[in-house]
Design a protein around this ligand. Structure first.
Ligand SMILES: NC(=O)C1=CN([C@@H]2O[C@H](COP(=O)(O)OP(=O)(O)OC[C@H]3O[C@@H](n4cnc5c(N)ncnc54)[C@H](O)[C@@H]3O)[C@@H](O)[C@H]2O)C=CC1
Ligand SMILES: O=C([O-])CC(=O)C(=O)O
Length: 349
């Protein structure tokens, strides 16, 4: 294990400002008498998402041990973040030989490891590089922390989650309740764009986004947004913007990568919610991409309740408008083929 920075004595809880910014209530974070489940490991922690997400996780005040793993630069990132005056012992681990120590005893593993897009690429264009990265991480997780919740950020999510599942299955440790594709950024964008469009308070906005995490497989249920008034044209334009929000950032960054800061926020928020569920907080409901039979696709994003063992209830969707139903019908075949591409990769490699 490499250079480790220890918990800061001054800080027993997150700073109030950090808690507020993250929507975190520290007093609600851990309830009951069972051991608090709060070792969180970030795999890809030195990257564009990994660094700010690790910072936000440290500031959340929900974590006892924040373990940072990457193939490069992790000791520096860990030393830097460890100086923040918020709860959480921070450890940094670099390189394959330190991965087992990084993962050991994790309750949650958040994975933003892999290459991002450049303009002109689809998420699927990342498959060739990221499939083997995610497969390797899943192999090590099967050995070091098979009971953890795995939160997959690496793209293409529609294929990397099935890859992760099949590796866990091959190693006899697959628990579908504990594998979640992170689609929170789609929800974050939907809330932001709808609130701007409707002149509503974004902090009170709720929008479910179902399906997958690539282009038109991202399906916001705008008809269900309470208090909003849309024309058909509004719905079409907002749906398109939410589906292609990632491309907006890729184009604006002009070759320097894809969304990192908004994803860091979304990832830290979602990990905090999963942690809340593990620690007995009631009624934790978030959209996430899970193994389910809501459609013919093996994985589909849906509102889910997050509980003591991961996903405790998959709520699915009801009362779709004809437009929303047509999106589902058109996109299920792509979700099936992207999942199959992931499964075939595991079979053949
Ligand atoms: N699910 C979502 O909503 C989103 C997903 N993404 C995806 O997240 C991934 C990461 O994006 P960025 O942070 O911008 O990329 P980045 O290139 O800045 O960082 C990736 C990090 O992963 C590390 N890495 C590579 N192989 C590794 C391995 N085997 N083990 C551990 N770490 C490893 C690299 O060293 C690097 O530090 C990309 O695939 C991107 O497409 C990005 C935004 C949103
Ligand atoms: O667009 C990308 O490649 C990154 C991503 O998944 C997003 O921002 O939603």
């Amino acid at each position: 294990m490499s250079a480790i920075a220890r918990v800061q004595p001054l800080a027993k809880l997150a700073t109030p400002m950090a808690s507020k910014a993250l929507g975190v209530s520290s007093s609600r974070a851990f309830t009951g008498t069972a051991r608090a489940q709060n070792k969180v490991t970030v795999v890809g922690a030195a990257g564009g998402i990994g660094q700010p997400m690790s910072l936000l996780l440290k500031l959340s005040g929900k974590i006892e041990h924040l373990s940072l793993f990457d193939i490069v630069n992790t000791p520096g990132v860990a030393a830097d973040i460890s100086h923040c005056d918020a709860k959480a012992k921070v450890t940094g681990h670099k390189g394959a030989e330190e991965m087992g120590a990084a993962l050991d005893g994790s309750d949650i593993v958040v994975i933003p490891a892999g290459v991002p897009r450049k303009p002109g690429m689809t998420r699927d264009d990342l498959f060739n590089t990221n499939a083997s990265i995610v497969k390797g991480i899943a192999e090590q997780c099967s050995k070091s922390c098979p009971n953890a919740c795995f939160l997959i950020i690496s793209n293409p999510v529609n294929s990397t989650v099935p890859i992760f599942a099949d590796v866990l299955k091959a190693n006899g440790v697959y628990n579908p309740k504990k594998l979640m594709g992170v689609t929170t950024l789609d929800v974050v964008r939907a809330k932001t764009f709808v609130a701007e469009h409707q002149g509503m308070d974004v902090s009170k906005m709720k929008v479910d986004v179902i399906g997958g995490h690539a282009g038109t497989t991202i399906m916001p249920l705008l008809s269900q947004v309470k208090g909003a008034k849309f024309t058909e044209e509004d719905i079409a334009a907002l749906t398109h913007r939410i589906q292609f929000g990632g491309d907006e950032v890729v184009q604006a960054k002009d070759g320097a990568g894809s969304a990192t800061l908004s994803m860091a926020h979304a990832g830290a928020y979602f990990a905090g919610r999963v942690l809340d569920g593990l620690n007995g907080v009631k009624n934790v409901k978030e959209c996430t991409f899970v193994d389910c039979d809501l459609t013919d696709a093996p994985f589909f994003a849906s509102p889910c309740t997050l509980g003591k063992d991961g996903v405790s209830k998959i709520h699915g969707f009801s009362k779709l408008t004809p437009f929303e139903q047509s999106l589902v019908d058109e996109n299920v075949p792509s979700l099936i083929s992207m999942a199959k591409k992931g499964s075939d990769f595991v079979k053949n490699n």
